[in-house]
Design a protein around this ligand. Structure first.
Ligand SMILES: *Cc1c(COP(=O)(O)O)cnc(C)c1O
Length: 372
């Protein structure tokens, strides 16, 4: 294990003391040759598993042909990805960027431009990203406090007080169908329905942040499909290109287009290599894989106590600090994340096999027994 002391990196992360050099499916190999079973998948990013052949081949082929032309011109992978995402959404136009937080920035600007209003409503405990706009709608005091003042005009609500926060000045309501980073807390169908009704009543845009829940993670392509509450726009990123940087804002064909040329831009957005990989990801996420996600999810829920979430966005509530448990899991060659202070977060590859899930459950139980 490489302790990484002396590496010239700004100290924004408390990294685990391990350096990975190879990956295959749900396994990561460290520089000392040890193999780790990966229930993190790069934080819900490597959704088809490390080095999955479909995006690997698509990205390699594109790397050999063309890397970048900018958005002054069009490229086939970007057009193909926009069409595939529009089909999955049921009619939408895409803006491509490079990360989740950028997709939120695009959504904030789009909602303000298309409504002519400025107020934004988000939930306490939410997570929408770390750039200053996205951070302004992230309902977590500790993440915001050192960087105040942020974008004005943001109102935070709970599911119970949503109706008090939304009004005629609201440009957009931002919701994660399942709060991921904040602790894996699913919103109820009633909350999503109420948000839809409030947005319609006050002419606000309903934006679902599906950066973490999207692209098959919860067992449906979009998490909103599970409740049938359709947003005006959705943001995607993490799992979209299986690890290549990409983000997307999808605006429903039934919502205002908002933007005109010059309103928003991204030099790298729509990168052909990332878009080619993303097309291959979308082609791989079929009904069979989504059914597999559900069956692996049920296995975890049946075998591990205090599991919540949906599909393969799961938390194990511990009732005590989760950090030391994640470190103990590392010692058992098992990678798990944390969500909030007291929960483990499990976001394995959607392709995790039944045998791998059983091995993971066995190791997880050992770790949990040592930390009760
Ligand atoms: C991770 C995440 C983001 C931020 O994405 P980055 O790619 O890290 O900028 C935004 N929203 C949600 C729901 C996320 O889970």
């Amino acid at each position: 294990m490489n302790i990484l002391t002396g590496t010239p990196l700004l100290p924004t992360y408390a990294r685990f003391p391990v350096t990975f050099v190879d990956g295959e499916g749900s396994w990561l190999i460290a520089d000392d040759g040890q193999r780790y079973l990966d229930l993190v998948a790069g934080i819900a990013v490597v959704s088809l598993g490390h080095c999955h052949p479909a995006p690997l081949e698509a990205a390699k082929e594109q790397l050999e042909r063309l890397w970048h032309v900018s958005n002054l011109y069009s490229t086939e992978p970007m057009e193909n990805l926009a069409r595939r995402l529009s089909d999955r959404f049921g009619g939408a136009h895409a803006f491509f960027c490079n990360s989740g937080t950028e997709s939120i920035e695009a959504a904030i600007k789009w909602a303000r431009k298309s409504t002519g209003k400025t107020e934004l409503v988000a939930l306490h405990g939410s997570f929408h990203g770390r750039t200053t706009g996205a951070l302004a709608i992230t309902g977590q005091h500790a993440k915001q406090a050192p960087f105040m003042p942020l974008l004005p005009g943001v109102r935070f609500a709970t599911p119970e007080t949503l109706a008090e926060a939304v009004g005629p000045e609201t440009a957009a309501i931002f919701l994660e169908p399942i709060q991921g980073e904040g602790g894996v807390h699913p919103l109820s169908a009633e909350t999503l329905e109420e948000a839809r009704a409030l947005a319609d009543e006050f002419g606000a845009m309903l934006v679902f942040d599906e950066v973490q829940t999207g692209v098959g993670r919860t067992g449906s392509f979009f998490a909103w499909e599970r409740h049938g509450v359709k947003p005006d726009a959705v943001t995607l990123a993490k799992g979209l290109a299986n690890g290549l940087p990409i983000g997307a804002l999808l605006v429903s064909d039934s919502a205002p287009t908002g933007f005109v040329p010059g309103d928003h831009a991204s030099t790298f957005g729509g990168n052909p290599v990332a878009c080619a990989a993303a097309c291959a990801v979308l082609d791989t996420i079929d009904d069979e894989l989504l059914a597999h996600v559900e069956s692996i999810s049920e296995k975890f829920a049946a075998e591990i106590p205090n599991v919540r979430g949906a599909g393969l966005l799961l938390a194990v509530e511990l009732g005590h600090p989760a950090g030391p448990v994640a470190h103990a899991a590392l010692d058992q060659n098992l990678l798990v994340g944390t969500a909030g202070e007291t929960a483990l977060r499990l976001t394995p590859a959607l392709t995790l096999s039944h045998d791998e899930a059983e091995l993971a459950i066995e190791r997880l139980r050992d770790v949990l027994e040592g930390h009760t």
